[in-house]
Design a protein around this ligand. Structure first.
Ligand code: NAP
Length: 292
């Protein structure tokens, strides 16, 4: 039976650590860390995600500077708000909740966020910092995967890792983080021939394809560690990119969906915010193990 890579449990542990870092630094900083989550429009899934992020902030003692703008807000107004948040000394992290309503271009808005307040770690400069191994906020979902693997003592150095998916959000930064941890990394995507032959090489398989249950038993080497980033609602039930029922008996460790990578993504958003707060106030922090 595979070991469960339990993201809910690890996220709760990280929240406890963050709570302690905040209470230790509060007197020197003179204020709590602040995270601004900008939601534009009324995408219902985004509403749930934003509410979860704000609840997580409350639990650890981060102040939420929420902003919910109408779907028809002009880009200039959103830009002006981002610039105000960049200049606000009580805001340490800014997150633009995606997807944006049609008609609003992501790129100029994401680029306008101060890279040192980039709680999502997706600013071009921060992706460059990851590429070069420099300090900076890390992309939340792959950083959360790395924390899950490390917490379970999954051997990464020298492992054959296969990442399915090459998005900027997940696949590409995931591959860079695994490579920085000395895995030998292959990236597969929608044009990969014979996907199963590639994925069966993996000691460590990370799947971020956005295709429900794409990966079945045929794709997995017995004993592999399988991380499922995908999340879908199919016939009213949540599932991932991996067929859990058929893959779990083969794997040595596996993430559940829900309760695997999802809670870790939120936890890493909080980590990026608290680390930015520590830097702003010259505070040491014991969180370096969470910044791959
Ligand atoms: P995305 O931008 O749609 O990228 C999907 C990637 O998978 C692309 O690189 C695509 O290849 C590749 N792909 C698609 N079909 C494939 C196939 N049949 N075989 C092999 N590769 C295939 O998606 P994303 O933003 O990376 O997200 C992936 C999934 O993770 C989604 O289900 C998303 O909801 C989920 N997600 C979860 C969390 C979380 O916190 N749990 C966070 C972020 C994302 P091409 O490049 O060739 O098109």
């Amino acid at each position: 039976m595979a070991t469960l890579l339990d993201g809910r449990r690890l996220a709760a542990e990280i929240e406890r650590r963050l709570g302690a870092v905040i209470s230790d630094g509060l007197e020197v900083a003179g204020r709590a860390p602040g995270l601004a989550v900008l939601r534009i429009g009324d995408d219902p899934a985004s509403g749930v995600y934003v509410a979860n992020k704000e609840k997580a902030c409350d639990r650890v003692g981060i102040r939420s500077h929420g902003g919910h703008l109408a779907a028809d807000t002009p880009a200039g107004e959103v830009l002006a708000l981002i610039r105000r948040l960049n200049a606000d000394p009580t805001v340490d992290g800014i997150l633009l909740q995606l997807p944006l309503p049609q008609g609003l271009a992501e790129e100029p808005l994401l680029a306008a966020i101060d890279p040192d307040k980039d709680a999502d770690g997706l600013h071009t400069l921060n992706l460059g910092r990851l590429l070069k191994g420099e300090r900076g906020p890390r992309s939340c979902t792959p950083a959360g995967v790395m924390a899950l693997l490390r917490c379970a003592d999954v051997p990464i150095s020298g492992a054959q890792a296969v990442v399915v998916g090459r998005s900027i959000l997940v696949g590409k930064p995931m591959a860079l983080m695994l490579q920085a941890a000395d895995a030998t990394v292959t990236v597969a995507h929608s044009r990969t021939h014979h996907l199963w032959e590639v994925t069966r090489q993996a000691d460590l398989l990370v799947v971020a394809a956005g295709r429900p249950q794409l990966i079945g038993a045929v794709h997995v080497k017995p004993g592999a560690v399988v991380v499922d980033v995908g999340i879908h609602r199919v016939d009213g039930r949540l599932c991932g990119d991996v067929n859990y029922e058929t893959v779990e008996p083969l794997a040595s460790a596996i993430t559940p969906v829900p309760g695997g990578v999802g809670p870790m993504t939120v936890a890493m958003l909080l980590v990026n915010t608290v680390v930015a707060w520590c830097h702003r106030h010259g505070l040491d922090h014991p969180l370096a193990d969470l910044l791959p």
